[in-house]
Write a protein that binds this ligand. Structure first.
Ligand SMILES: [Zn+2]
Length: 512
């Protein structure tokens, strides 16, 4: 009996078995389950090579042996993981210790903390099923006592054209060794103070609230500091609509007399460059457009977006030297204008500003702005420049006897990964001397002391260039290359004995 009963049962089961796959196939086409990249665990430590203490820093991952560069995120909002932010192919840590998930593969890992520190490259690190541990000890190479580093042009999600959370900016800048940032979002005052405090990073980073006064018809202007007032439109940002540049600057001087007015990217693009829009010719100091004004304190001679194009940098430096030659004593600044978490990164370039006490927690925005207005700063994407003229420092007015000589002392420091290839000395708006610097890795890369003869009131400026790209720390190794470049503000020379620098050329005419 039993076999006879089994036959129909088996038939039924086999029929059902044959039908089931068809049922599966007939169901509306479901996408295959996503294949997640296999990930392994990477444990990292970054230490101060001298003290042994853990410290903030950045890991940049470059895929090797067929492994693509990792994309921890595909947009500008980083991924938060174990005390770090991961974005694109970078990891920024505040603590210097953590464990993160990394796609399985082989990587060269660049460990950095900005241009004042050396750079360690961990070659062919294999991330697999087993956790892998990497350690790097970085040493501070460049001695910057008395100088605070600051990026005065920073965007985050307060700006309609940036997604980056303010919190992630703090990770980025602390990991980069930048000690001050200015919030300069478009027509809105934002303030990093609370975010820095939330992360307990006051020891590493100070901030100033500010605004990028953004106009369609005149260009963009950094205004800082500005108090944030949440009850007002733009949280207290000055209003731009329907006003000329001269009117806007007058308004800023009235409501925030201490604030710095910094012309952002004066020639970067015809649509947003003030000098282009204002039809300003620095050689004749003439502006074609009515309402143009040079009642500003600073101009952004180097902007992070412009660094890929050395020609526009040369043009800006020429503009700035011409301004000084016509008696417009504006400070040269260099700022990233970063909007993203890739290629144009925070702190490239940055300003080094002379301060009483070189600690982020000890300086105020007011002190920084006073120093900037007094020309006590230089900007750099890497090299650190010391310039003394007749014993005077940047911004000083040094007395020189008529037809006399003055001693110029230049020292350029750079971490081994930063190239220095030429140093140029300007006397007034003319290049006075240029030196080639042999490739090397000594921290003091260049030192020179010389006597310069001066016939009339003038000023001394130093420019430093390097010829090797800073990729992969900054830039994209493709269209967007960042080279070492530094430019000092002037030491002024008073030859006629009236205690001031008198420009050789008079002010020109601005506006018909
Ligand atoms: Zn901007």
């Amino acid at each position: 009996m039993l076999p006879w009963l089994l036959v129909p049962l088996l038939l039924l089961v086999s029929a059902a078995a044959a039908f089931l796959p068809r049922l599966w196939a007939a169901s509306p086409s479901l996408p295959p389950p996503p294949r997640l990249p296999r990930e392994g665990e990477l444990v990292y430590t970054i230490q101060d090579g001298d003290s042994g203490e853990l410290m903030p820093g950045r890991l940049t991952f470059i895929g090797v042996d067929g492994t693509p560069n990792p994309s921890f995120t595909r947009n500008d909002i980083g991924r938060q993981e174990a005390g770090a932010i991961l974005a694109y192919n970078k990891l920024m840590t505040l603590t210097g210790l953590g464990a993160v998930r990394v796609p399985v593969g082989s990587y060269d890992i660049y460990v950095s903390r900005g241009p004042e520190w050396d750079l360690k490259v961990l070659r062919k690190v294999r991330v697999g099923e087993q956790a892998v541990t990497v350690r790097a000890a970085l040493r501070r190479m460049v001695q910057t006592a008395g100088w605070l580093s600051a990026d005065l042009h920073v965007h985050a999600a307060c700006s309609p054209d940036s997604q980056v959370p303010m919190l992630h900016r703090v990770y980025e800048f602390v990991a980069e060794g930048v000690e001050m940032i200015a919030a300069t979002d478009h027509n809105v005052v934002c303030d990093y103070t609370g975010v820095i405090a939330l992360l307990g990073m006051e020891r590493h980073l100070v901030s100033t609230p500010g605004d990028e006064l953004t106009t369609a018809s005149w260009g963009h202007f950094g205004i800082l500091p500005l108090p944030q007032d949440l009850t007002r439109a733009g949280h207290g940002a000055p209003q731009a609509r329907g006003r000329t540049a001269a009117e806007m600057f007058r308004e800023v001087r009235l409501v925030a007399p201490e604030a710095l007015i910094n012309v952002h990217h004066p020639r970067i693009d015809p649509q947003i460059g003030y000098f282009t829009i204002g039809q300003y010719d620095s050689r004749s100091d003439q502006a074609g457009r009515k309402g143009f004004s040079l009642d500003v304190d600073a101009i952004e001679v180097l902007n992070g977006y412009q660094d890929a194009d050395r020609h526009s940098v040369d043009r800006m430096i020429e503009d700035w030297l011409n301004l000084l030659n016509h008696g417009h004593l504006v400070t040269a600044t260099g700022n990233s204008d970063t909007h993203h978490m890739t290629f144009n990164l925070g702190g490239y370039p940055r300003n080094y500003i002379m301060v009483q006490e070189d600690q982020p927690a000890a300086v105020t925005p007011q002190e920084i702005v006073r120093a900037l207005k007094a020309h006590r700063s230089f900007f750099s994407t890497g090299p650190f420049v010391k310039l003394l003229v007749g014993g005077g420092r940047l911004g000083d007015v040094v007395p020189v006897p008529p037809r006399g000589h003055v001693r110029v002392e230049i020292e350029v420091q750079a971490a081994p990964w930063i190239s220095v290839s030429t140093v140029s000395l300007y006397l007034g708006n003319q290049e006075h001397q240029r030196w080639s610097v042999a490739p090397g890795i000594d921290v003091v890369r260049f030192r020179q002391s010389l006597e310069v003869q001066v016939a009339h009131d003038s000023f001394v400026v130093v420019r430093v260039d390097g010829d090797r790209s800073l990729w992969p720390v900054v830039g994209d190794n493709h269209r967007y290359e960042v080279l070492p470049l530094a430019l000092t503000n002037p030491v002024f020379l008073d030859v006629d004995g009236n205690g001031a620098y008198d420009a050789p050329l008079p002010h020109g005419k601005h506006g018909p």
